[in-house]
Design a protein around this ligand. Structure first.
Ligand code: T1G
Length: 696
């Protein structure tokens, strides 16, 4: 065995050379790994071996370039150098893939002459998720193997294709037995030598490109079909342009030049900086400083849910989806039947779209049972999640009962979206077992889970909840007990200003347009119309005190009544409403305010900057662990465009605490203390710090 460097060894099995990488956690293409590959292949090429196998130790094949090195000075051999010494090897090179061959990892594998994989492996070019594109020939080699349409899908979706599918697309040449990757790769190498298999250089396969040449409609249709999905993002279009260049360029090198140019542009842009920041922010959110990774986990084998409404039903599906049985308790049979019926319909709809099989529908609905009695059903559950009306008295009554019914060690969770969990926990004799699990509607779809730590919540309850969140496919963020926790508390700032902007003269559709153009899926007024303006509205108590009251009194309750802030046509397309405009103007006139022209910049800053300021307050009060957690909440739970990183990252993008402070002070002077800067914001500005430095 030759140790090429600290992460690479070269061994030989008979007449086959084996280059093994071992650079945890994911064999990313760091300078060390590139050096090991380059020197390893030079040595193998010069040896008497008849073929070379590239394989990785640890949990995965190369999962891409080392993102932590981006923006730093490049040292040692480049990825191109590595690819050249592989592709031009005088003997067959076989890449042996397990785990995930992603990004630069797949681009390296595409420079091997052959690829074998275990069935559990996945391959993909997910650079678009980092606001980038495959910058090591991936956009030029991939379409040469899988064709233009499949390549467009893979580089713009960033999806990880299962090995079996990759085999079907020609990305992998053979599947070998699970757990026997090296043996399978060596056998393939020996067969290649024995049969004198050609040294296939993907870069020379032009057939699939020629088939697409002269068919620009392929790209036009793809752009049209995905315009809505790619809205605001720079990377997808750059990826498409690279595939187009692969088809239209006279040579591989020419296409590679286009790829390199567009890669550089994306890499130096703010969108990729935001998306790379976000990649690590999501992984940081898992880490709770005072809850070590080895904190014991309570087993969750059975879950109880109180309430079969929209939230309860959606929450139940998350557990059934991963094979955990759930019992839902309701007060009336009719409500229970309705709730279980909605769950089945949701699964059947997913099955009708090919998302799951009919058998899985039966399997999952079979795991969800109903009951009218907590006493009968909750004695043996490991976790109960209460998902009933947002009324403190009801929740306290339920938790007092749960305290008496549930076994010792059961976790008692509430899905409240902002009530005081310490007050709820105080009605039990086991506040250490009480925690907030705040799901977002639709709970079976939305990725975010705000896990709320109350004063007495035990560390193993937190650790168990964080782990369970990953198990059910959620991105969890830990929050402290404060009204509205992280997400809703910040949302209240934007909602308040949206309403105030209308009172100052902006129309609802102006505010919505600015936030839509900023990148949100929709603005607050369109969102209100979608959800229904009468949520929490009580007809008997309504006396036209707010614009919403007036709209509801006129039965303009949103999309469901064909009118709300907007007027809706039969296809629910919204258009600004002269009726609403008159209601607003009358309302303003009555309130004695002089309306004025409100510019787009003011709309944006008045909606966004108070959100950043509130994020600072939440960290100041230690209700969040780090600034990036606030961003993970908003990107995953409230539609903040990931290519702007999140409210705190955006704060740094627009110039940092000093800029946000100055604007808040301007607004405070003009409009009042609702814009009062957080003390910590003043401190950050004074110390020249950034929001990214902020820790709770
Ligand atoms: N670079 C550096 N660190 C990485 C990394 C990477 N590419 N991928 C993962 N990590 C770290 C991660 O931060 C975490 O660290 C640990 O590994 C485990 O990750 C030229 C330009 C591979 C599917 O986009 O999608 O190649 O928190 O918690 O859930 O064209 O990580 O433990 O300290 O996510 O099992 C393209 C990114 C790069 C793949 C594993 N590649 N990674 O998921 O573990 S750009 C990617 C993933 C590129 C070229 C271009 C996932 C995973 P820590 P994890 P996981």
């Amino acid at each position: 065995m030759t140790e090429i460097n600290s992460v690479t060894t070269l061994t030989q099995d008979g007449d086959i050379a084996i280059i093994t990488l071992n650079s945890p956690p994911v064999n990313a293409l760091s300078a060390k790994v590139r050096e090991g590959l380059y020197e390893g292949f030079k040595a193998a090429n010069a040896s008497d071996a008849k073929a070379t196998v590239l394989i990785c130790d640890g949990r995965t094949f190369i999962a891409g370039a080392d993102i932590t090195e981006f923006g730093g000075a490049m040292t040692g051999p480049s990825l191109y150098d590595v690819q050249e010494v592989m592709e031009n090897s005088p003997k067959p090179v076989i890449a042996a893939i397990h785990g995930t061959a992603l990004g630069g990892g797949l681009e390296v594998a595409l420079c091997a002459h052959y690829r074998v994989a275990v069935p559990s492996a996945r391959v993909g070019l997910p650079e678009v998720a980092l606001g980038l594109l495959p910058g090591a020939g991936g956009t030029q080699r991939l379409p040469r193997i899988v064709g233009v349409e499949a390549a467009l899908d893979m580089v713009t979706s960033g999806r990880h294709a299962p090995a079996k599918q990759a085999l079907g697309m020609g990305l992998v040449d053979e599947l070998v037995e699970e757990g026997k990757l090296l043996e399978g790769a060596l056998a393939f190498a020996r067969k290649a030598v024995a049969e004198g298999k050609p040294l296939v250089k993907v870069r020379e396969n032009n057939a699939k490109l020629e088939a697409a040449r002269g068919h620009p409609e392929i790209f036009a249709e793809f752009r049209k079909a995905n315009a809505r999905k790619f809205r605001g993002f720079a990377a997808p279009e750059a990826n498409i342009k690279c595939i187009e260049a692969a088809v239209n360029s006279a040579s591989f090198e020419e296409g590679l030049k286009v790829e390199r140019k567009l890669f550089g542009e994306l890499m130096s842009g703010s969108q990729s900086a935001a998306q790379r920041y976000y990649f690590f922010a999501e992984r940081q959110a898992n880490k709770i400083p005072d809850v070590p990774d080895d904190t014991p986990i309570r087993p969750i084998r059975k879950v109880g849910i109180i309430g079969a409404g929209t939230m309860g039903g959606g929450i139940a599906m998350n557990f059934a989806n991963v094979g955990i049985p759930v019992v839902i308790v309701e007060q009336q049979q009719e409500a229970l039947d309705r709730g279980l019926g909605v769950i089945r319909k949701n699964y059947e709809r997913t099955a009708s779209r090919g998302g799951i099989t009919a058998e899985q529908v039966e399997q999952r609905t079979g795991l969800i049972t109903g009951s009218l009695s907590m006493e009968d059903s909750f004695k043996d559950v490991d976790l109960v999640i209460e998902a009933v009306f947002e009324r403190m008295d009801i929740k306290k009554d339920i938790f007092a009962k749960l305290d008496a019914i549930c076994k010792p060690g059961a976790i008692l969770a509430t899905n409240t979206s902002g009530l005081d969990i310490d007050e709820i926990a105080a009605v039990t004799k086991r506040p250490q077992d009480v925690i907030g699990l705040h799901f977002f509607s639709p709970a079976n779809v939305m990725k975010l889970l705000e896990i709320v730590r109350a004063d007495h919540t035990a560390k193993d309850v937190i650790a168990t909840s964080m782990k369970l969140a990953r198990q059910i496919g959620k991105i969890a963020v830990l929050a402290g007990v404060t009204p509205g926790f992280i997400g809703n508390r910040i949302l209240a700032q934007r909602q308040r200003e949206a309403q105030n902007l209308v009172m100052d003269g902006a129309m609802p559709w102006d505010v919505d347009r600015v936030l839509y153009d900023f990148g949100f899926p929709m603005g607050p007024f369109a969102m209100g119309d979608l959800a229904g303006l009468d949520i929490g509205w009580v007809k008997e108590k309504s006396h036209g005190e707010t614009i919403r009251d007036v709209l509801c009194e006129m039965d303009r309750r949103g999309q469901k009544t064909g009118a709300g802030y907007y007027d809706y046509d039969e296809n629910r397309n919204a258009k600004p409403s002269p009726v609403t405009e008159k209601i607003i103007n009358d309302f303003i006139a009555k309130s004695g305010i002089n309306p004025r022209k409100v510019g787009d910049d003011e709309i944006l800053e008045r909606c966004i900057f108070p959100m950043i300021n509130e994020g600072v307050k939440i960290l100041e009060e230690k209700k969040a662990i780090r600034a990036s957690d606030v961003d993970v909440v908003w990107v995953n739970g409230y539609g903040w465009p990931v290519y702007r990183g999140g409210p705190m990252f955006y704060g740094d993008l627009v110039g940092g605490p000093a800029v946000v402070l100055k604007k808040m002070q301007e607004f405070q002077a003009k409009m009042g203390d609702q814009f009062k800067p957080a003390a910590l914001l003043e401190k950050l500005a004074a110390e020249g710090k950034t929001f990214a430095d902020l820790k709770g």
